[in-house]
Design a protein around this ligand. Structure first.
Ligand code: ADQ
Length: 472
């Protein structure tokens, strides 16, 4: 039995995946995600608990322990998965927060489910938190939890971090439930964003929608202060840097290049198959370079890895068809016998295989139309201690704020995409090394550990104006 904890993470998913052995016995394995890696040490040190959905419908589990973390499962019915997760989270909020690159769906039944599920998470957190505990709520699926939790447990210190962009006021305004959502977030003591721009959008929205004043990073409510701040998330630099030096990863990278026909340039895209990632735009640009004769089919190969994602959401099903059609069309028009310029994989890969791919790639192409941060760009940088390799990076990815030495590109501009991809392929080793060195310094210093510890120390330290407020 898991008791109450002084430190809680509240996230849509538990940080474990179920694995079923051949004999039918099931067990849990820690998920590979960066968030788990960053938070696990803090969890172990503080005997923390993690609340989240276990990943399958109607699963009622007793609290259990895994890798020194206490896991508390929040069940969801099949209908809730459809309405709260696939619906309001991924068909309403996701496109709305990403510049409405797809039209958001506004449906009352989805909103009702979102509210009910957020309430369930808040109640569970309230039941498992010690007096005065620190609770860190994660991401867009749970934006109502901070206020619901504060209502139940005003003694807690509540933080919230949004992993995706926070949109400009003009876009957020479309949401029929805009007041409730903003009030939900204002239940936190600290609301964290990837970029200062997201924090500024949120503060402006609070003033326009609710008339609450702010100064600097602090929003002044009647009885307390809410701080807003940017904490750019990052990767486990040390782990990746060590992994790509292993002999088996180095030889796998060489093997991958051979398997691709040993072209002069290997270009790589690695994304969840999502319409925000600009996969179609980058493939179109590459196809045009081939058709214009600026590159020849044997000279360059584009490897596009697209992880299956949200396949029950209509927009994602359509995207998959569109991309597969596009790959077939470009390859059909440009291939030569024995070689296809675009190699497309709709699969997931283990971390070391992904590291070998990063190492094998001369040009990493990351072209989202909008992205909170984009960890793939930082992973690529962490894998190139050889200072070889070029990063083509969208100006609309949060990572572009830090990785200024990338070949920055506007993914809506096909000519710019072609120009930057060519520039990356033609750059001298000296130029590549100069760019990569600076980017590596940044990612090595601001790694995921620093992200978590900066958020938590900010959450736990009182704001400059707080003592004055509580005296008055
Ligand atoms: P995502 O939209 O999922 O994350 P991203 O930051 O690129 O985007 O993270 C994807 C992760 O999945 C990377 O760690 C990558 O290595 C992994 N991955 C991708 N394809 C894979 C494959 N085929 N096999 C195995 N692993 C694969 C959201 C936001 C981002 C933000 C992160 C973290 O949308 O903007 O950076 O959260 O806050």
């Amino acid at each position: 039995m898991v008791g109450r904890s002084s430190f809680l993470i509240v996230a849509n998913r538990l940080p474990v995946d179920r694995v079923v052995e051949q004999d039918g016995t099931a067990s849990w394995r820690r998920s590979p995600g960066g968030l788990v890696t960053a938070i696990a040490p803090v969890m172990q040190r503080r005997h923390g608990a993690w609340l989240g959905w276990p990943g399958a419908p109607d699963e009622e589990l007793e609290p259990f322990e895994q890798d020194g973390m206490n896991l508390i499962s929040i069940p969801l019915t099949a209908e809730e998965i459809e309405l709260y997760y696939e619906g309001f989270s991924n068909a309403t909020l996701w496109p709305l927060y990403h510049d409405v690159v797809a039209p958001p769906v506004f449906e009352r039944s989805m909103w009702e489910a979102y509210r009910a599920v957020n309430e369930r998470f808040a109640r569970a957190a309230a039941a498992h938190a010690e007096q005065g505990a620190v609770v860190w709520v994660q991401d867009y699926q749970l934006q109502l939890v901070p206020a619901m939790l504060r209502e139940l447990r005003p003694d807690l210190r509540i933080g919230f971090f949004l992993h995706i962009p926070f949109p400009p006021v003009e876009l957020f305004w479309q949401l029929p439930w805009r007041r409730e959502l903003v009030q939900g977030l204002l239940g936190a003591d600290l609301v964290g964003f990837q970029l200062p721009g997201g924090a500024a959008n949120f503060r402006r929205l609070c003033r326009r929608l609710l008339g609450v004043p702010y100064k600097g990073s602090e929003i002044f409510l009647e009885d307390r202060i809410v701080r807003t701040q940017a904490f750019p998330i990052s990767v486990d630099f040390g782990e990746l840097d060590e992994m790509v030096r292993r002999p088996e990863v180095v030889s796998r990278a060489k093997e991958i290049r051979m398997e691709l026909g040993d072209p002069e340039h290997v270009l790589l895209g690695v994304d969840r198959l999502d319409y925000t990632k600009g996969i179609g735009q980058r493939l179109e640009a590459f196809g045009e370079l081939l058709k214009d004769g600026r590159i020849t089919p044997g000279e360059a190969v584009f490897v596009q890895i697209a992880t299956p994602s949200r396949e029950r959401v209509e927009e994602y099903r359509r995207l998959r068809d569109d991309i597969e059609l596009q790959v077939g069309r470009i390859n059909g028009e440009t291939s030569e016998f024995g070689s296809q310029p675009i190699q497309y994989f709709h699969q997931s890969y283990p971390k070391d295989e992904l590291a070998a791919l990063y190492l094998a790639a001369d040009v990493m192409v990351v072209t989202p139309l909008r992205d909170g941060m984009n960890l793939v760009a930082k992973e690529y940088v962490a894998c190139h201690h050889d200072l070889n390799g070029a990063l083509v990076l969208s100006e609309f990815a949060g990572a572009a704020d830090e990785l200024r030495q990338a070949f920055l590109v506007n993914p809506y501009d096909v000519e710019d995409l072609k120009r930057q991809m060519l520039a990356a392929m033609r750059a001298t080793p000296h130029e590549l090394a100069r760019r990569m060195r600076t980017m590596r310094r940044r990612v090595a210093t601001y790694d995921v550990d620093r992200w978590a510890s900066e958020f938590l120390s900010s959450l736990e330290s009182p704001s400059a104006s707080e003592p004055a407020m509580s005296r008055s």
